[in-house]
Design a protein around this ligand. Structure first.
Ligand code: NAP
Length: 366
C-alpha cells in the first residue's frame, strides 16, 4: 500500500517536532510537506530547527531536506496537493485565535482536510473535538460541515486541550460501563512543554509552581461537555453533565500532565474493584481495529501507591496510554484517583495522528 503524503503546519514547533518524529516510520502516512512562520520559510527543515530541536529522537533524512513553506500561503499547499505531496495537513500553529481560525478554514476551503491541535475551532459548533476512543461517531458531522460551507474535499477536525485526555478516557470507560458521572473536581499539574518553545521563562518555573495557565481552566471545564455531546440539527450540542471544577497549575517538568480527580456518580455507584475491571478491559475503535498509533491498552492501572510518576510513566505504550493509580474512596465525592498522560504525544501529535487514522479508517482521507 502506498503511503498517504501529509503536510505539517507549524512543523518547527514543539508539537510539530513530535509529529515529525512520530511519523518517521508510520505505515500509512509520509511527511512530504512542512510549513511554519515566515521566519522559517525558505530554509531546509534541518536549518529551520537547528539549535532548537527539543527531542531525543531525530527526523528522517528526507524530512531534513524538505524546504519549509510559509503556512500563511495556502497556495503552496494547494500546489503540493496537486503534485500529490500533501493529501491533508496536521495543524500545529501557534498564532492568534482569529488568524488560526481563518487560516484553517482557508485550507479546508481549498480542498485540504485539516486535523488541528489549535484551540481556534474547538467551539465551532460543526467542528468535532475528537478523542478517537471516546467520540469517533462525531466524525459523522463532517459531511454536514462540508455541505454547509460548500467545501468538497476539505474539512476541519480538532483535538482537545493537552490535559483533558488524562481524565476523559478513564471517565468515558466508566460512562460506557453504565455509570453516570455527575460532578468532577480536577486539579492538574502540567509540564512546561505544554506552553510550546521557548515557553515559560526558566526563572519563572525552576523551583516553582505557577497556579495559573491562561484559559486552561475554562477549556478543562467546557471541552469535555462537547466531547460527550450529541449531533443535533447539524451541530454538536454540549452534554449538560458532568459539572466540572478545574484548577490548573504549571509545574517544572519537561513532559507529562498529571490530574488528581474526584468523581461523584449518580445513583449507581461502582466499587473500587469494579472500576479497576472496567479500566483494564476498556478498548475503543482504535484498539479494535489495530490502528498503528493506538496504545494496546489505553488505560494502564498501577497498584504501587507512589505511581503514576511523569518521568517513569509518561512514555507508557509509545506515550499514548493514560496511566492511573491511587484509586480510593473520596471523603467528599465518591472516588478519587491520580492520572497521567504525555501532553505532546497523547495530548497533541500522537492524538492528532490517531485522529487521522480514525478518519482514514472511516474513508475521509484518501
Ligand atoms: P510552538 O512550539 O510555539 O510552535 C509554534 C509553531 O507555529 C512553529 O512552527 C511556528 O513557526 C509556527 N508559527 C508561529 N507564528 C506563526 C505565524 N505567524 N505564521 C505561521 N506559523 C507560525 O507551539 P506548540 O507548543 O508546538 O503548539 C502548537 C499548537 O498546538 C498551539 O496551537 C497549541 O495551543 C497546540 N497544542 C500544544 C500542546 C503542547 O503540549 N505543547 C498540546 C496540545 C495542543 P516558527 O518556528 O517559524 O516560528
Amino acid at each position: 500500500m502506498s503511503k498517504i503524503p501529509v503536510g505539517i503546519l507549524g512543523a518547527t514547533g514543539m508539537v510539530g517536532q513530535q509529529y515529525i518524529t512520530l511519523l518517521n516510520d508510520h505505515p500509512w502516512f509520509d511527511v512530504r510537506y512542512v510549513a511554519a512562520s515566515p521566519r522559517s520559510a525558505g530554509k531546509k527543515y534541518e536549518e529551520a530547527v537547528a539549535g532548537r530541536w527539543q527531542l531525543s529522537k531525530t527526523y528522517a533524512p528526507h524530512v531534513g531536506s524538505i524546504k519549509v513553506e510559509d503556512a500563511n500561503d495556502v497556495s503552496c499547499a494547494v500546489s503540493a496537493f496537486k503534485k500529490k505531496k500533501c493529501a491533508f495537513v496536521f495543524s500545529a500553529l501557534e498564532m492568534g485565535k482569529d488568524e488560526t481560525s481563518a487560516l484553517e478554514e482557508a485550507y479546508a476551503a481549498a480542498g485540504i482536510p485539516v486535523i488541528s491541535n489549535a484551540s481556534a475551532h474547538r467551539w465551532t459548533p460543526d467542528v468535532p473535538v475528537l478523542i478517537a476512543e471516546v467520540n469517533p461517531h462525531h466524525t459523522d458531522i463532517i459531511p454536514m460541515q462540508q455541505k454547509k460551507r460548500g467545501w468538497k474535499n476539505g474539512f476541519i477536525v480538532v483535538k482537545p486541550n493537552c490535559s483533558i485526555q488524562t481524565y476523559m478516557i478513564p471517565l468515558h470507560a466508566l460512562v460506557q460501563a453504565g455509570f453516570l458521572i455527575k460532578k468532577i473536581i480536577v486539579t492538574t499539574m502540567q509540564a512546561v512543554s505544554g506552553a510550546g518553545y521557548p515557553g515559560v521563562p526558566s526563572l519563572d518555573t525552576i523551583d516553582n509552581l505557577i497556579p495559573y495557565i491562561g484559559g486552561e481552566e475554562e477549556k478543562s471545564e467546557m471541552e469535555p461537555l462537547k466531547i460527550f455531546g450529541t449531533i443535533l440539527n447539524e451541530e454538536i450540542q454540549n452534554a449538560v453533565m458532568p459539572k466540572i471544577s478545574a484548577c490548573c497549575n504549571r509545574v517544572p517538568l519537561t513532559d507529562g500532565h498529571t490530574a488528581c480527580v474526584s468523581l461523584a456518580f449518580g445513583l449507581k455507584k461502582p466499587s473500587i474493584e469494579e472500576i479497576k475491571k472496567v479500566w483494564a478491559s476498556y478498548k475503543g475503535l482504535p484498539q479494535e481495529n489495530n490502528f498503528p498509533m493506538a496504545p494496546k491498552q489505553p488505560i494502564v492501572y498501577r497498584e504501587e501507591n507512589n505511581r503514576p510518576q511523569p518521568r517513569k510513566d509518561r512514555d507508557t505504550d509509545k506515550g499514548m496510554a493514560v496511566v492511573i493509580g491511587r484509586l480510593r474512596p473520596c471523603n467528599v465525592f465518591d472516588i478519587r484517583f491520580t492520572a497521567l498522560s504525555h501532553n505532546t504525544v497523547r495530548g497533541a501529535a500522537g492524538g492528532g495522528i490517531l485522529n487521522a487514522e480514525l478518519l482514514k479508517f472511516k474513508g475521509f482521507l484518501r
